[in-house]
Design a protein around this ligand. Structure first.
Ligand code: IVH
Length: 706
């Protein structure tokens, strides 16, 4: 009978979120069970579609891969069961589709398949047995290598030149993300070879190299710390960040995040009079190495099932030492001939499998749910946990993200929950252990008032977040001040959260400018240890007036303004006062999101009062604005188009700006100069038609060197 086995499987694999019980069939499948089946099928399909959308289109998944795969397996099992038990035809879900609708569609030369997955050693053994049976030998050679956790990519080269980059999409057709992919620093634009005379090493006429675009841990940490400074929600994991970044509409936004590419396979390979297709995974790696192309630089070659299993076991620890995110290992037949002989199932090759190590996960009890008020008023519910050890650290809190997420997941005080740390840096609650929920455990009622100022909480337009609308909320003011005094901003040493909380509560400070009005007495009253300590603190506060303008701007906590934007604003305006009057036109080269956030910030009375307060306490950080610096391009409006070879677009934009230029997106009558890289298209035509000066990359380099 099918029921018990896959119900068990679902629970085993961590479908803890799903509270579902099935009446035991007495004799075959009962009528009620059939109806329940249909309900469950419907629910599974819509739930999977919802998660596909969150994962592929929005790049904000809510459940772990293991939980998602468990849903899919359950659906498959249930479809098979219901196809047999009733006359209903089994209608299978598609394997997801990452196309976002923002890009042109590219049809792959060869389909991009997925990989079958194994979560237990037994499944891996079954795969190895299956393969040796089909190949007719027990000593096939397998490659065991890390499974990169990013977004799959197919790069087409024609006569050795990069002509196309496309995502997997639905496997047949994907998003054409060529412009974005060209900003990736280690993306090879050419398949270099040792000179045209050496015919043996001529690139194939047309080839699709397959690989992954990912973000390594160091870059992930850098981006998140900038987001923290800018008061933005942190990215949950590097995979979503890589996927989301590759799908940005503006290539400059892609360039700003250090994506990387790695190649581990190929699709179409038409040699023409160039290199023939590699006959094995090893040969592919050698080919990539000779051309110094990005490749998997550590992999094992193993013969026979037990050697493969031992290698997989070694990788369990080794993966943790890698500087980039992985979500398991891939085991694949080395020989291309064997791989092709085995062929493909509907969605995946039979000669390869992904083995995912179970995420490290513990169970613990929720002892409370508290609300955290952020700098901008957003409320984040946090689960307070009975402390547990997880992957080497003590965990006592885990974020519940937002009100909507909390209510959908139905986490309650008193529940036992599973806490996971997989690829994610921040531990997350992967599910509730419903078997351990007692009748005393009551649903969590989300408070209607701000825990700090008792204002009535409001819900955002999207419905996902709840926020405190008060501009005078002490918790928000406290967070703003903490941000301002942090080392990355103006850096006032010795003013800790307890003193800040007291000063805010006693109405001694209501914005960051008020810090400069404090007296030694205020500080002592706020609990600072002694008069002497208070005096030292005042000296620190005084000294902070000398901080760079960019640090002041960063310290204001303007949404979307992290270090990079703060520096750009400082360069643009030269003083807080000038920035406080910024207009739309002065911000053309900022992204629309940043521009809107800054203008909204400046439009608030409360914030304008703060700028005046800075003036009246004599805090007036200044620097010569960039435009006043005489550069070769001072005052010129420049447009970049086409592909640059020597630098990324972001780099070119930065250097042009330093040279005094204003870099904008589109060509119009105010454009002074167009820099045309390779394959420049419509903008070049427009510039030519409009009689605008056009220069190439070499000329640009010369200009910038001057
Ligand atoms: S081989 C037919 N090797 O995993 C697909 N895939 O879940 C052959 N992946 O779509 C792929 N690292 O995007 C292969 N070392 C690796 C990989 C890898 C990551 C991805 C790939 C694939 C997905 C399947």
């Amino acid at each position: 009978m099918r029921w018990p086995s896959f119900v068990g499987l679902g629970l085993l694999l961590g479908c803890g979120l799903v509270g579902w019980a099935q009446p035991a069939p007495v004799d075959g499948i009962s009528e009620t069970a059939l109806i329940e089946n249909q309900k469950r099928l419907k629910w599974l399909r819509s739930e999977i579609a919802r998660h596909d959308d969150l994962y592929f289109k929005k790049a904000t998944p809510e459940i772990s891969d293991a939980a998602y795969d468990a849903l899919k397996r359950e659906l498959n099992a249930l479809e098979k069961a219901s196809a047999k038990d009733s006359a209903t035809s089994s209608e299978s879900v598609s394997t997801g589709d990452d196309r976002s609708g923002n890009f042109a569609t590219h049809r792959h030369g060869e389909p991009m398949l997925g990989l079958d997955k194994a979560y237990a050693e037994a499944e891996l053994r079954a795969f190895l047995n299956r393969v040796s049976r089909s190949v007719g030998s027990d000593d096939s050679v397998f490659v065991v290598e890390p499974k990169f956790d990013g977004i799959a990519i197919s790069i087409t080269y024609e006569q050795g030149r990069l002509v196309r980059a496309a995502t997997r999409g639905n496997g047949r057709e994907g998003d054409d993300v060529t412009e974005n992919a060209l900003t990736i620093r280690n993306m090879p634009r050419r398949l270099s070879y040792n000179g045209a005379s050496d015919t043996k090493s001529k690139p194939p006429a047309r080839v699709e190299l397959r690989g992954e675009v990912y973000i390594d841990y160091a870059e992930f940490a850098r981006i998140n710390s900038e987001r923290e400074e800018a008061g933005l929600a942190l990215f949950a994991n590097p995979r979503n960040l890589a996927a989301g970044t590759l799908k940005q509409k503006d290539p400059a936004d892609v360039a700003a995040r250090g994506l990387k590419v790695v190649f581990y396979g190929y699709g179409l390979w038409a040699p023409g009079d160039g290199d023939a297709a590699p006959s094995s995974q090893q040969a592919l790696n050698a080919w990539l190495r000779e051309r110094d192309l990005p490749r998997v630089d550590r992999y094992d070659l193993e013969k026979g099932a037990s050697a493969v299993l031992a290698a997989v076991d070694r990788w369990r620890e080794e993966l943790k030492k890698l500087p980039f995110p992985t979500d398991g290992v891939v085991v694949k037949l080395d020989s291309r001939a064997q791989w092709l002989r085995l062929g493909n199932s509907a969605e995946a090759p039979r000669g390869a499998i992904a083995y995912k190590f179970p995420p490290e996960r513990v169970s613990t009890r929720v002892v409370g749910i508290t609300l955290q008020v952020g700098r901008s008023g957003v409320i984040t519910p946090v689960a307070e946990l009975e402390p547990v050890e997880l992957a080497g650290s003590k965990i006592s809190r885990a974020t519940l993200h937002n009100a909507a997420d909390l209510s959908r997941r139905d986490v309650r005080v008193g529940d036992y929950v599973f806490v996971e740390k997989a690829g994610e840096i921040i531990p997350s609650i992967s599910g509730v252990d419903l078997d351990r929920r007692t009748s005393e455990v009551k649903a969590f009622v989300f408070p209607s008032e701000c825990p700090s100022c008792a204002s009535e909480l409001q819900t955002s337009k999207s419905g996902a977040t709840v926020y405190c609308p008060s501009k005078r909320c002490p918790a928000q003011i406290q967070r703003k001040i903490e941000h301002f005094v942090a080392p990355a901003a103006v850096g006032i040493k010795g003013l800790g959260p307890v003193a800040i909380a007291t000063l805010v509560r006693e109405n001694k400070i209501s914005n960051v400018a008020d810090l400069y009005r404090l007296t030694a007495k205020d500080l002592v009253d706020a609990g600072v240890r002694s008069e002497a300590v208070a005096k030292r603190l005042l000296t620190e506060i005084e000294r902070s007036k000398e901080s760079d303008l960019a640090r002041f701007i960063l310290g204001l906590g303007i949404p979307q303004v992290g270090r990079a934007n703060a520096e750009k604003l400082a360069d643009r305006f030269g003083s807080l006062k000038a920035m406080s009057k910024a207009t739309d036109e002065q911000l053309v080269d900022f992204s629309p999101v940043t521009r809107d956030a800054l203008l909204a910030f400046l439009a608030e009375d409360e914030n304008q009062r703060m700028f005046s307060a800075f003036e009246s306490v004599g805090v007036n950080p200044q620097q010569p604005p960039m435009a006043a610096v005489k550069g070769p391009l001072t005052g010129k409006t420049v447009v970049l188009t086409g592909t640059l070879r020597g630098m990324t677009r972001a780099e070119a934009t930065r250097r042009l700006t330093i040279a005094g230029a204003r870099v904008v997106d589109s060509v119009n009558s105010r454009t002074d100069l167009l820099v045309a890289g390779d394959d420049a298209g419509s903008k070049l035509a427009e510039a030519n038609a409009g009689g605008i000066q056009v220069i190439d990359e070499n000329r640009l380099m010369k200009l910038l060197e001057n």
